[in-house]
Design a protein around this ligand. Structure first.
Ligand code: AMP
Length: 249
């Protein structure tokens, strides 16, 4: 069974994001980029399936600039077998990403695609769902636990206030939530080995996908600055402030 894992190169989650002065987007100059944290969880889950003998091959795919090959190398160092870089310097919206992934699925025929629930740069939370729809496959979103059978998978999903377990027919798309697993760090020998693993280079046109944007970002702005807090001396003073100043009780 092949498992396909899309991995996106995004601003590292530790970086304090700066909005450009003209509010057209965020500043990417000299900013550390890394694999989307949810996608590390995807790679970990796929590699665990391989280690358990349930998956035969793990393919990491990234759509982005040349540097996205580093993101694929990270996935290869974690244990993925090969990579596909769909190279473009343009911003690619979730629908176009989903169309490219669909074309790759048509060729590679994986039984399972594991995507992150969202990319932390655009917070779209759309790609996995759109891909499942384009393929006509089942989807299990926000996965917390996966039990993979021969022709079905049980996916425990994180929902408001609890968990829901669904059974999906394979092939399927699963999107992962934070608590599915704890991704491993790649060891030095595995980082060295990953250098020899193959990465195929393609373009969106190779898959016949038009990546022209359908959305226009009008404005990006920073959240309002947090106001400084005040220290109170007594519970009575706190209650008074909550009641008469904040108006929350
Ligand atoms: P989004 O719908 O943009 O929030 O992204 C959800 C998931 O789709 C990500 O966690 C990735 O697994 C996948 N994905 C989105 N964009 C890309 C991309 N450019 N390259 C590879 N995978 C992507």
């Amino acid at each position: 069974m092949k498992v396909l894992v899309p991995v996106k190169r995004v601003i590292d989650y530790n970086v304090k994001v700066r909005v450009k002065a003209d509010q057209s987007g965020v500043d990417l100059a000299n900013v550390k980029m890394s694999m989307n944290p949810f996608d590390e969880i995807c790679v970990e889950e796929a590699v665990r399936l391989k280690e358990k003998g349930k998956a035969t091959e793990v393919i990491a795919v990234s759509i982005g600039p040349q540097q996205a090959s580093e993101t694929i190398r990270t996935a290869l160092a974690m244990g993925a077998d090969r990579g596909i870089l769909v190279k473009t310097d343009a911003e690619v919206e979730p629908l176009a990403v989903a169309k490219i992934l669909k074309a790759i699925c048509d060729i590679e025929k994986p039984q399972l695609v594991i995507t992150g629930k969202q990319a932390i740069d655009d917070d779209s939370n759309q790609t996995g769902q759109m891909l499942a729809s384009l393929l006509g496959w089942a989807q299990g979103t926000f996965a917390h636990k996966l039990e993979l059978g021969d022709s079905t998978a049980q996916i425990e999903r994180e929902i408001d206030g609890g968990l829901q377990t669904v059974e999906v027919k394979l092939p399927a798309v699963m999107t992962v939530d934070l608590r599915l697993n704890e991704p491993r760090y790649a060891s030095l020998p595995n980082i060295m080995k990953a250098k020899k693993k193959p990465i195929d280079e393609k373009s969106p046109a190779d898959y016949g996908v038009d990546i022209a944007p359908k959305l226009k970002v009008l404005k990006v702005s920073e959240p309002p600055k947090r106001q400084a807090g005040v220290k109170v001396k007594t519970v009575a003073e706190l209650l008074d402030k909550l009641k008469n100043e904040a108006g929350v009780i």
